[in-house]
Structures are given as structure tokens and as C-alpha cells.
Design a protein around this ligand. Structure first.
Ligand code: SOE
Length: 393
């Protein structure tokens, strides 16, 4: 008989809603035992938590995450709050013996992330599973890319080229949000979306970043305050008082990988015209893969061993039953969307709990990403690294 895995979601914003959807969908399309059921949704605002719970058919809500963690009838704590709260909630949940799924980036500092990783490692001895939500790993096309790379189809990797381009801050009057406050978010485009590129790149390449050289920019220093909660972008009230932005709008860096590959990365929320272009290209000595989330069901693959007259990138629709995750959904060619990554994340997390296995990215892997982010910030802060061009003013 299928048992139930009782889940509490902490956080009622974009990610809390996305996870609520994923927990609900996962057992309907994938065979899961235990079968997850979200039993409570917690948020700092009681009425917002209550209405989000009603919207997603969750039977109860709370404005007290500590009380939720103290409940004996909860197995999983799913953390979907801003970064500055992750460490405290995760440490409390692990200490209470709960499995933990935590949104990315894992924490707002490498030190906090390391504490979380140490706690997760200790809890793993009792069969407790902790995983960080770098959701793009669960894109069928990127999982296929990883399979091809693991099978040696692109050979020895030389170049990793990753860009994560959004534009929801292009308008200088786009409203202020918690994502622009260093205290709450840790960093800007760098930690919010650059962290995805770092995780994806290291996971695909199977090699860690060992050094970086970086520069960051904050193009718009203040933004109109909004009293109600805002999502991504839009236009604020230009007459409203302005809040100071304390994070980067954009980051660019080169990276050295342990296996000798050279990485070039860019993360920005100001690339006008690019809504959510999470792109990565990897070139090896036997071929290449290229991916752009704007065409998330497709992987571009170049096989350098093909006859010379047939070489060049070709498109693989990653929607066939033999492609990772795809077989559980629609007929070939009918495609998936952003929300499916979160459903797949739940599936892998629940299966790790069921099998007593490892869940990836583990807190230790996510903490290593945090160390890369900190190295990037240290590099960007050291302006002496930025070599001036003679005669250019
Ligand atoms: C906003 O930039 C955001 O929602 C990120 O926080 C997510 O991690 C990314 O998947 C989409 O964009």
C-alpha cells in the first residue's frame, strides 16, 4: 500500500506557488511511493498564506514556520522563502529530523551554506535527505546533454559558455523588490540566475570551477518603492520614494575548470528582449552541445565524428519517451514548460527519500556553488584586476 509523505511548504511567493503546483502534479504523472501531499503552507503573512493554501487545495496554513517544523505529522520541509531565511529554517528542520528541499541559492553566504551542508551530512546518517532546488538540472534537454557528455559524445571539454539573460529590470522605473536588497537576497543577478549557470555548467562538465576573474555592474542605483508585493518587472510609480539597490544588476566572469576547460559566463536582468534566456554551450574535442531555455524542449548537438559533409549542429527534440523525464508526459513533440522542472525536482527528491539515496544537488554541492559566487564577488570588488586600456581615458 502506498504511504503518504506529508509536506510543509514555507513561502507563498512565486516559488512557494510553483512548488505547490509541483507537489500536486508529481504523483499524478509519476509513480511515487511514498506519495507526497502538501498538508500546510506557511508564510509570514497569515492572510496571504491562507488564500494561497485555498488556491492550491492545501488543507491548512500558518504564519509560524517554527510551529510547523515542530509538528510530528510533517515529513518534509520545503523552503521557498528569500535567501536570508534559508539557513535558520533548514537547520531547524534538519535538527527536527525532517527531509529538506531548499530553493537556490542555498544561502546568502558560503559560511551559512557550509553550516547547512554540515548539518545535512550529519542528518544523512539517519536517512534524512536534503537537496537544493537548482531546477534546471531537471530540464529533459539538459539531462539529455549530461547523458551525452557522460557517454563521451563530445569528448574532452575545452569551452563552457553560459549566459543567463533576463530583462525584467531593464526599465529604470521597474519597482524595487526584495531581490534588490543584499540583506535579503545575498546578491543580484549573480546569485539569482548566475548561480543556476554555475550549477548547470559544473554538473554538465563534470568538473568544478577552481578560479574566476569577474566584474559586476549596478546600472540603476535606486528604484520606486511599491507598497504591495511585486513580481518580476513591470513599471513602478515614478512619483514614489526610491529605494537604494544594494545588489548587482549584471555579472560577467571567466572561469577555470579543474579539468582545464575555460568558462565564460554572463548573468544579467537587463538584457532587453530576453525574458528568460538561460543558455549554455559546451565544446569538446569530439563535439558540442548547445541549449537555450527559450527553446527548452530542444537540444542542439554537433557530432565532430560525423562525416565531414554532415557536420554541424542538429536539433534533437527532447520529447521522446527515451529522453529523461519526457516519457511520463505527452506524446513526442508536444513539449514541456518551466513548471515541469519543479515537478521533476519533486520526483527525484521523493525517490531519494524512498530509496534512502543521495539527492542532487546535495547541500554540499550547493554550498560549493556559494563558494564560487563569493569568489566572483571578491574578484569583482578588486578593481586592480581590471586592466585599463591605455589612451582610452
Ligand atoms: C527570477 O530571476 C527567477 O525567478 C529566478 O529566481 C529563478 O531561479 C529562475 O529560474 C527564473 O527567474
Amino acid at each position: 500500500m502506498t504511504t503518504t509523505l506529508r509536506v510543509a511548504i514555507i513561502g507563498t511567493g512565486f516559488m512557494g506557488r510553483m512548488h505547490a503546483h509541483a507537489w500536486r502534479t508529481a504523483p499524478r504523472f509519476f509513480e511515487l511511493d511514498p506519495s507526497p501531499e502538501v498538508v500546510v503552507l506557511a508564510g509570514s503573512d497569515a492572510s496571504r498564506a491562507a488564500s494561497a493554501a485555498t488556491e492550491f487545495g492545501i488543507p491548512s496554513s500558518s504564519d509560524d514556520w517554527r510551529a510547523v517544523i515542530a509538528r510530528d505529522d510533517i515529513d518534509v520541509i520545503d523552503i521557498c522563502t528569500p535567501g536570508h531565511t534559508h539557513t535558520e529554517i533548514a537547520l531547524a528542520a534538519l535538527a527536527a529530523g525532517k527531509h529538506v528541499l531548499c530553493e537556490k541559492p542555498l544561502a546568502n553566504s558560503a559560511e551559512d551554506a557550509d553550516r547547512m551542508a554540515a548539518a545535512a551530512e550529519g542528518a544523512a546518517a539517519d536517512g534524512t535527505v536534503a537537496m537544493c532546488g537548482f531546477s534546471y538540472r531537471r530540464t529533459p534537454a539538459l539531462s539529455l546533454a549530461r547523458r551525452l557528455i557522460e557517454d563521451g559524445r563530445i569528448g574532452r571539454i575545452r569551452h563552457v559558455r553560459a549566459q543567463y539573460l533576463q530583462d525584467w529590470l531593464s526599465d529604470e522605473d521597474a519597482p524595487y523588490t526584495w531581490r534588490l536588497d543584499r540583506e535579503l537576497a545575498g546578491s543580484g543577478a549573480l546569485g539569482d540566475i548566475g548561480a543556476h549557470s554555475i550549477d548547470t555548467a559544473q554538473w554538465l562538465a563534470g568538473s568544478l570551477i577552481t578560479g574566476v576573474s569577474a566584474t559586476t555592474r549596478t546600472f540603476v542605483e535606486t528604484r520606486p518603492r511599491m507598497d504591495e508585493r511585486v513580481g518580476l518587472g513591470g513599471r513602478g510609480d515614478t512619483a514614489a520614494p526610491r529605494e537604494r539597490v544594494t545588489v548587482d544588476d549584471a555579472a560577467a566572469f571567466t572561469a577555470a575548470f579543474a579539468d582545464g576547460a575555460l568558462g565564460v559566463f554572463e548573468a544579467t536582468r537587463m538584457a532587453s528582449g530576453h525574458r528568460n534566456a538561460n543558455r549554455i554551450e559546451i565544446n569538446g574535442d569530439r563535439g558540442s552541445i548547445a541549449f537555450d531555455f527559450s527553446f527548452m524542449n530542444e537540444l542542439q548537438f554537433h557530432d565532430a565524428l560525423a562525416p565531414s559533409g554532415e557536420q554541424g549542429f542538429r536539433r534533437i527534440d527532447a520529447t521522446e519517451p527515451e529522453h529523461p523525464y519526457a516519457g511520463a508526459w505527452w506524446p513526442p513533440g508536444h513539449g514541456l514548460g518551466y513548471e515541469h522542472l519543479f515537478t521533476h525536482q519533486v520526483v527525484d527528491f521523493v525517490r531519494a527519500i524512498a530509496g534512502g539515496g543521495d539527492a542532487h544537488p546535495s547541500f554540499a554541492e550547493a554550498a560549493q556553488v556559494q563558494h564560487v559566487l563569493e569568489a566572483i564577488e571578491r574578484s569583482a570588488a578588486d578593481e586592480s584586476r581590471f586592466t585599463a586600456v591605455e589612451g582610452a581615458g
